[in-house]
Structures are given as C-alpha cells and as structure tokens.
Design a protein around this ligand. Structure first.
Ligand SMILES: CC(C)(COP(=O)(O)OP(=O)(O)OC[C@H]1O[C@@H](n2cnc3c(N)ncnc32)[C@H](O)[C@@H]1OP(=O)(O)O)[C@@H](O)C(=O)NCCC(=O)NCCS
Length: 169
C-alpha cells in the first residue's frame, strides 16, 4: 500500500528530530555532529512555514516514519528559485518505499511553488540516497572531495540537481 504523505505539523517535530538525530549520531549522511535540540527544530519548522516551504512526513505504522523538506539554497535573492532538499527515513522503515513517495511529493510541491532547480547534497558513500535521487531524475552536477570529516573518515559529497525548468515549468 502506498504510504500516506502529508504536511508536517508541530506535533511531528519530536519524531522528525528523533529520526534526524539517529543519523547525526551514527552516519555521515548529515554533517551535523551534535544532536539538534527540539527548540532548534521548532525554529527550523517556523522558518520554513514563514517561507512557505514544504515539510512533509510519511506515516508508517501510525507515526511519522520519515520526512522530506525544502530549504533556501542561499539567502541571496537571485537564488530564490533554487531550493535545497533534505530527506531522512527512520532506520526501521527504510527500504519500504517511504523515501521515494516523500521525495516525489516534495518535487510536486516544488513544481507548485515554481521552483526552478532542486539541489541535493549526498555523501558519496550513501548508495541508497544516490539511487533514490537518480531514480527521480536528479542528475549529478559535482563531486566535491573531502568536504567533511565525521566518524573517523573524510567524506566526499555528490551534488545533484533536479531541473524542473526542463519540464517546461
Ligand atoms: C536514503 C533514504 C532517504 C531512502 O529512503 P527509503 O525509504 O529507504 O528508500 P525507498 O524504499 O523509497 O527506495 C528508494 C530507491 O532507493 C533505492 N534503494 C533503497 N535502499 C537502497 C539500498 N540499501 N541500496 C541501494 N539502493 C537502495 C531503491 O532501489 C529505490 O529505487 P527504486 O524504487 O527505483 O528501485 C533512506 O534510506 C535514509 O533515510 N537513509 C539514511 C539517511 C540519508 O542518507 N538521507 C539522505 C541524506 S541526502
């Protein structure tokens, strides 16, 4: 059955943060190295709400099993048509199609918002994330070497772009 994707509410923020902080502690998927506090997560959510940027969650077994959001790529004004995408699925719900459904839904929101380009920065060792993004039409624009040091290793970052403007939007 297709997962239910819906806009996040304030009630989802503890789950969103728990999902994210698991990867902060265990994975180079995010270059944060310290857990994000709930206060900081609430400020993050308020900022996106004020900018009209989507924060979507996928329901799994009656709870938020993953989330995907768009953020500003840069504060500089001419970048307003470019957005940065983030996606995290709870470890226990990975591989069940939540990521693909969430990213597809965020791309739909991006089209609705007339976003021109969606960016994704993916750590080069994250095969699942690279496969997910490529399966939804993201194309590699750069491979930047040794961009961060985490969990005892240097990590390269693949930058991918989804060119919504090529769809004629
Ligand atoms: C990467 C992530 C978002 C994928 O979400 P998911 O729900 O596990 O993935 P899905 O089940 O929707 O599968 C999506 C695609 O990725 C591919 N994929 C999933 N797991 C994979 C794996 N372990 N290895 C290779 N490809 C994989 C699938 O083949 C699928 O493509 P297809 O349906 O066209 O065949 C999720 O695994 C995750 O949160 N990982 C840890 C955090 C992370 O890396 N976040 C991204 C930061 S940029």
């Amino acid at each position: 059955m297709a997962p239910v994707i819906r806009p996040a509410t304030a009630a989802d923020l503890p789950a969103i943060n728990e999902i994210y902080n698991f990867y902060v502690a265990t994975s180079p998927a995010t270059f944060d190295t310290q857990p994000v506090s709930l206060d900081r997560r609430e400020a993050w959510f308020t900022e996106r709400s004020a900018l009209g940027l989507p924060v979507l969650v996928a329901d799994a077994d009656g709870e938020a099993g993953g989330w995907c959001a768009l953020s500003p790529w840069s504060a500089k004004k001419a970048y307003d048509t470019t957005r940065d995408e983030s996606i995290y699925i709870a470890d226990e719900f990975r591989g069940r199609g939540l990521g693909k459904a969430l990213l597809g839904a965020v791309l739909q929101e991006a089209r609705r918002l007339d976003v021109h380009v969606v960016m994704a920065g993916v750590v080069a060792c994250q095969e699942a994330s690279l496969a997910l993004h490529r399966s939804l039409g993201f194309e590699q624009s750069a491979l930047n070497l040794h961009m961060g040091y985490k969990l005892g290793s240097w990590h390269d970052v693949v930058y991918l772009q989804r060119h919504l403007w090529r769809e004629g939007g």
